[in-house]
Design a binder for this molecule. Structure first.
Ligand SMILES: C[S@@+](CC[C@H](N)C(=O)[O-])C[C@H]1O[C@@H](n2cnc3c(N)ncnc32)[C@H](O)[C@@H]1O
Length: 208
């Protein structure tokens, strides 16, 4: 017996192994520092496997894209894919989206937020776990530049139904036609849900 606690490979893989895998919180985030330039900043919350992020960054080299992902396993997949894509304008950050937006972003610093297929938490008792609620929508609005946008898509009718009246309560945001801006590249879930024939509801909000 050496007194050392032995950890199996699978147990180790459940914990951050490198500094970048630690959750980012309570530390200011500056796109200028991360990317080494001043460019419009777009942030995706709940990036999953980063399909959207990589396509959007590849198509818009003059903008910087940051994906926020809480799950370590998805963070690792996204991180590998982004490195392989060799994009100078895309990064993934492991963080809880609410804590990151509220605690780490400067007011008026973001050109666009993308929230695609957030976990629906369909059971009534789980609803409080949903990412988008009235308070967080106000926080998101405060971090947008004037004229900046919040884009949301969901396949979940209950989530969409509850979101619509909530969005109208956020004074700094106005809803505009989804088709008034170019269609964003599809996410992994969008492709999956379209193939299943599910209806997708989309919201486009602009900071006044
Ligand atoms: C249903 S998946 C959608 C992934 C991707 N947006 C897509 O459309 O393919 C939801 C993702 O959000 C992540 N997520 C859920 N809550 C989060 C939070 N509070 N902060 C950051 N990521 C979160 C999950 O880990 C998961 O990767």
């Amino acid at each position: 017996m050496t007194g050392q606690i032995s950890t199996t490979k699978s147990a180790r893989s459940r914990f951050p192994a490198t500094a970048d895998e630690e959750l980012w919180f309570a530390r200011p985030f500056s796109g200028h520092e991360i990317f080494g330039r001043r460019a419009p900043l777009e942030i995706e919350l709940g990036t999953g496997k980063a399909r959207f992020l990589i396509a959007a960054a590849g198509a818009n080299p003059s903008r910087d894209f940051v994906g926020i992902e809480r799950s370590l396993s998805y963070y690792r997949i996204a991180s590998r894919r982004i490195s392989r894509a060799r994009l100078a304008n895309a990064r993934i950050v492991r963080a809880d989206a609410r804590m990151f937006v509220d605690g780490c972003l400067a007011a008026g610093s973001v050109r666009a937020f993308h929230v695609y297929f957030p976990d629906p938490w369909p059971k009534k008792r789980q609803r409080k776990r949903r990412l988008l609620d009235g308070v967080f929508l106000e926080v998101l609005a405060s971090k947008l530049e004037p004229g900046g946008v919040l884009k949301i898509a969901t396949d979940h009718p209950g989530y969409a139904g509850e979101l619509r009246p909530l969005l109208q309560t956020v004074e700094d945001l106005e809803e505009i036609e989804w088709d008034s801006l170019p269609t964003p590249p599809p996410t992994h879930y969008e492709i999956k849900y379209r193939a299943e024939g599910r209806a997708i509801q989309r919201f486009l909000l602009r900071r006044k």
